[in-house]
Design a protein around this ligand. Sequence first.
Ligand SMILES: [Zn+2]
Length: 102
Amino acid sequence: MGIFFSLQIDILYVLGTIQNQDPNDRASLESDRNFELRIRDRERRLLSKIQEAIKRIDDGVFGICDGCGGQISEKRLMARPVTTQCIECKTKQEKIEKLKGE
Ligand SMILES: [Zn+2]
């Protein structure tokens, strides 16, 4: 149940920050509009990742690695419930991305 709790926290965090737009907070953030937009963009992406994670739960494939089809460790899922890859596949992917970026 820990994973679901963790997902719920993420959902509440995203919904809270999106809906909780106090006009005073907004005004103080106007000076750094780009920063605000970056945060919102990240929230939107996280929200869509959470929705995907919930869909994977519904489909019964939650916790299964996209890369190798193996089981993602519970520890990793607890830390990052929206993950779609095991640590080995993720590390490999990041190495490839880094190589491409250089
Ligand atoms: Zn994997």
